[in-house]
Design a protein around this ligand. Structure first.
Ligand code: ZN
Length: 247
């Protein structure tokens, strides 16, 4: 796994400007988001099917425009090599890790991999928002002049410019090949869970949460914020989770 994982990271690094330029020029461009090739393009699930048990009734609702999409249909593009060979090996490793170890037994490499996985999901969600049209605002009336604008342009409050959006995506993709500082490890929280159903929520550029009942674990990651101590991240994370469950 180690070798394939480093090949994957290298591919992402070497194609950073190629992929970013292509996506900015044409949001629908049919290239591999990991290595930039346009050959053997396949669909890569934003959330791996094993995480939500391939259940077609599990939906992701985009809170910016309230448009639902089933996870099974929520995909991005990746070439066959990156998708089946490299990512496949990486996810097999993760699945084994989740089954075999408790969160407090994770070593540095394990934590590094889990953070990478969550960052990658966050990046794919950003691309999804760039490729999908806004359509309508929170279930209200259809607004023709807004309808064809990518959802990503609504990430911020009122001042989201395309420049800002592309910078967020660029930074997010860069996080997939840069070496993490030790402090970043404080941004990941691993919980044991007895909940029986899959659960997922995220906020662009801020945090991501995924609960996997089949391995009795849940993960929360602060995507950009860093903490000098783990317990500070934990306290802030609990506040966010509490708020989400209350709504
Ligand atoms: Zn590829």
């Amino acid at each position: 796994m180690d070798e394939k994982f480093s090949i994957l990271r290298k591919k992402i690094k070497n194609s950073q400007s190629l992929v970013m330029n292509a996506i900015i020029k044409d949001h629908q461009s049919t290239i591999c988001i990991l290595c930039g090739t346009n050959e053997d393009i396949t669909k890569e699930h934003v959330l791996p099917q094993w995480s939500f048990d391939g259940n077609p009734e599990k939906f992701l609702v985009n809170t910016l425009n309230n448009q639902p999409a089933s996870y099974i249909k929520t995909t991005v593009l990746a070439c066959k090599t990156c998708n089946s060979d490299l990512l496949g090996a990486f996810e097999d490793y993760l699945k084994r890790l989740f089954l075999e170890k408790d969160g407090d037994q994770f070593n540095t490499k394990d934590v590094d991999c889990v953070i990478w996985w969550l960052q990658y999901i966050a990046f794919k969600l950003q691309l999804k928002d760039l490729r999908s049209n806004f359509l309508r605002y929170k279930g209200k009336d259809f607004i023709p002049y807004l309808s064809t604008i990518p959802i990503a342009m609504f990430w911020g409050d009122i001042d989201t410019t395309p420049f800002k959006v592309f910078n967020i995506i660029r930074r997010s993709r860069r996080s997939l090949f840069t070496k993490k500082k030790q402090q970043k490890f404080n941004s990941l929280l691993v919980f044991s869970t007895k909940n029986e159903s899959f659960y997922f929520f995220h906020k662009v550029d801020e945090f991501i949460f995924i609960e996997l009942p089949q391995v009795k674990k849940a993960f929360f990651l602060f995507l950009t914020k860093e903490f000098s101590e783990h317990k500070m991240a934990h306290a802030e994370c609990m506040e966010i989770i509490k708020k989400v469950y209350e709504d």
